[in-house]
Design a protein around this ligand. Structure first.
Ligand code: GCW
Length: 718
């Protein structure tokens, strides 16, 4: 009878889990027992025990992760309490605090370690995992687990890693009502209403996932900020989140609404030079640190898209940033001041405005201020040239802002691997200190000797079962973390890791999926904005094509402002004969784009107005090339879908099906982009489609008539 009941229980449990199946919740942290018996036995021989030295909240996390992870992967119970080093195993700890580690490590080993870095070395019969601080140990633990998840050899290990960037941060555009601006994976995971009393397990799993890829900070509120977060009860809620994050080495940051002293403090001004305003911020910061002793600091969007800022009082961005920086400095907090600004008067090419406002302020910011710059000068378009500020503010530490959520790249339903694009940006030469001044060298501080460095990614996480809605969104989160740790890593390597840990160890399947991820960004650019087109999506929600958009509250929110199609040709002239945005780049980089006939095709229409019949380097006229690119992009999505079908037998059916359904949507939408854009631009070019190309399915008026009042992620109107 008893046996029957337990069998029933197991069956129910099994079915229950079966119903949820592989829902993707575990991300890349799956730790299933290694199936290959030979390999598992080898690991078991090499790791017979664990000796974990030291004690702190982060070290306890590290010890727990290591013992659980190894026990699960190796299929044998391990604990962290080995007394001596009799058996082969892992010995873990902080240098200087452990006699055993001091014996096993040389001075040179120890000197190679920097803050948050770790080493993993084979010494005698032990795998030695050491760091100078507890965060380093935690990152080392996840690295060792990753080696095993990847089935790498543990023989003769000699790994020394230090993070190249100091602040590796996710930016959540999450509102206090749990909507997520530009979020496509459900609602915000922060349940402000129930905090601080109810602590959702997700907070912990979130912290854990981030720690596993080296992310050490989270801005939990939207840059379009709400001053309410500074009310005492909300600070207590934020503190409860910070308590969950702390043992995973993650600091909590908040967005600061510049007018909070008025809205919350009852002052008549938010002027950064006003004494009462200064006092209000100092006291508020004091209050925050009482509850969150390791609070990271503020992220600020000011004088941008209607957000309040110092310019309302005749002050500049440095006055504003320094006000907050002074309040935070006694507590070691920092300000991340965003450079995503464009004037409310639309005086000129929007691409030029951030540079115009910020370059005169170079060197005028306090030491604890980072300027957070989006990768490109407009706004996270499918492809943009680098932001000219990266080559223009040597005396100010600049921080990169990437968008992981896909506002302009298919939102929740398109498979678009972002890592190659991040890599393209990081590897672009700014020429700020001569040839070889890559964007990565600027932001890692090495070029100008800055010690405060950082990178931010706008998160793509929500309440969706699998966190990111589209399963492959997990790969973008993962890639962001890995590139934040080391901006010189290759996308191919990053994706191989993610695929093996998340999906399959089959080599053929890995090659197919890796290829899908690596090629998909270029594909998306082709079916959305080829040859340097930009900002031609639907209005407001930014969903789907909208090259015809011409009536918006401001000209630089329309599409026609950016593509400038007319009967003679297409593109935005940003050379000397046009807006001359080109001059904001260093001469050697400007040279790459200046000449219409030598400008890389990827950026041609970004910098030039080109006539329809102009022959391009591809051998086609502009009009033909445009049509061919749109067509190729759409066809490549069909290929993506077919390639996914080829790996069906290697992927569990739940996750396979999720991705397959999304690929069908993407295929449909890529055709929609192709057809709508070709129809629209044809109304200017008045030329036939290149021979053999399919005609758009509908008339232009059909595409123009489509409206989507409930497209997700829309900015709330308050
Ligand atoms: O990309 C645009 C978005 C806005 C966003 C803004 C910004 C948070 O459409 O939704 O606001 O950029 O980065 O501030």
């Amino acid at each position: 009878m008893k046996q029957k009941i337990s069998l029933l229980l197991i069956a129910t449990l099994f079915l229950g889990l079966g119903a949820l199946g592989e829902n993707g919740y575990r991300l890349w942290l799956r730790f299933d027992q290694i199936e290959d018996e030979l390999l598992r036995t080898r690991y078991q021989q090499q790791i017979q025990q664990i000796r974990f030295e030291g004690n702190s909240p982060i070290l306890s996390t590290a010890a727990r992760e290591l013992t659980h992870g190894l026990s699960a992967l190796l299929g044998k119970e391990l604990n962290a309490g080995a007394e001596d080093l009799q058996q082969p195993g892992v010995v873990v700890g902080i240098t200087g605090n452990s006699t055993i580690l001091d014996q096993l490590l040389s001075l040179e080993d120890k000197q190679s370690l920097m803050a948050e870095g770790f080493l993993i070395l084979t010494r005698q019969n032990q795998i030695v995992l050491a760091a100078n601080d507890d965060r380093g140990v935690l990152y080392g633990v996840f690295h060792l687990l990753r080696l095993i998840q990847l089935h790498e050899s543990l023989d003769d290990l000699h790994i020394i890693q230090n993070p190249k960037l100091q602040r590796r941060i996710l930016n959540h555009w999450d509102n206090l009502d749990r909507t997520v601006e530009r979020g496509y994976a459900g609602f915000s995971i922060w349940n402000w209403h129930e905090l601080p009393d109810f602590i959702d397990d997700r907070y912990l799993d979130y912290a854990r996932a981030n720690a596993s890829i080296g992310i050490n900070g989270a801005v939990v509120t939207n840059v379009n900020a709400n001053a309410l977060i500074f009310r005492s009860d909300y600070i207590a809620k934020a503190a409860a989140l910070a308590d969950v994050f702390r043992p995973y080495g993650i600091r909590l940051y908040l967005t600061a609404r510049f007018s909070a002293p008025i809205e919350l403090g009852g002052l008549s001004t938010a002027d950064p030079l006003d004494t009462d305003v200064k006092r209000w911020w100092s006291e508020k910061v004091e209050e925050i640190y009482t509850l969150i002793p390791d609070f990271g600091g503020f992220l600020v969007k000011a004088n941008s898209e209607g957000q309040p800022g110092p310019q309302e009082y005749g002050r500049n961005h440095a006055d504003g940033a320094n006000l907050l920086a002074d309040a935070l400095a006694p507590h070691d907090g920092i300000v991340m001041w965003r450079a995503f600004v464009y004037s409310s008067e639309e005086p000129e090419d929007r691409a030029k405005q951030a540079y115009n406002e910020f370059v005169p302020l170079d060197g005028k910011f306090r030491d604890n201020v980072l300027i957070q710059v989006k990768n490109g000068p407009i706004d996270f378009q499918p492809r943009e040239p680098i932001h000219p500020l990266f080559g223009a503010m040597p005396n100010t530490p600049l921080m990169m802002e990437f968008q992981i959520t896909k506002e302009y790249l298919g939102q929740g339903t398109h498979l678009v691997g972002l890592s190659p694009f991040f890599e393209e940006v990081l590897r672009t030469d700014t020429y700020v200190e001569g040839e070889g001044s890559l964007v990565a060298n600027v932001i890692d501080g090495s070029l100008h000797g800055h010690t405060l460095t950082g990178i931010a990614g706008v998160a793509n996480i929500g309440t969706a079962f699998n966190w990111t809605g589209h399963l492959f969104g997990q790969a973008d989160w993962y890639a962001f973390g890995r590139l934040a740790w080391d901006p010189y890593l290759s996308s191919a390597k990053i994706y191989q890791e993610w695929i093996k840990m998340t999906l399959t160890h089959d080599q053929d399947a890995q090659a197919i999926i890796g290829d899908m991820l690596l090629s998909s960004h270029e594909t998306c650019v082709r079916y959305m904005t080829p040859i340097g087109l930009h900002h031609i999506m639907g209005p407001g929600h930014h969903y789907g094509p909208g090259p015809w958009v011409s009536k918006m509250p401001r000209a630089d929110w329309t599409s026609v402002y950016y593509h400038k199609a007319d009967s003679s040709g297409l593109g935005f002239d940003r050379t000397e004969s046009g807006s001359n945005a080109l001059e904001q780049y260093r001469p050697n980089l400007a040279k790459v784009y200046r000449d219409l006939d030598h400008c890389p095709l990827e950026f041609l229409l970004w910098f030039h107005h080109v006539s329809w019949d102009h022959p391009l380097s591809s051998g086609n006229t502009l009009w033909n090339e445009l049509c061919l690119q749109y067509d190729q992009g759409a066809r490549e999505v069909s290929q993506l879908r077919q390639r996914w079908d080829q790996v069906e037998s290697y992927i569990d059916k739940e996750r396979f099906r999720q991705v397959a359904m999304h690929l069908q949507i993407q295929e449909k939408e890529a055709r929609w982009w192709r057809d709508a854009c070709i129809s629209y631009f044809q109304s200017f070019s008045n030329r036939p489609l290149p021979r053999g190309l399919r005609q758009p399915e509908h008339d232009l008026s059909h595409y123009e008539s489509l409206i989507f009042p409930y497209a997700p992620g829309i900015r709330p109107r308050w």
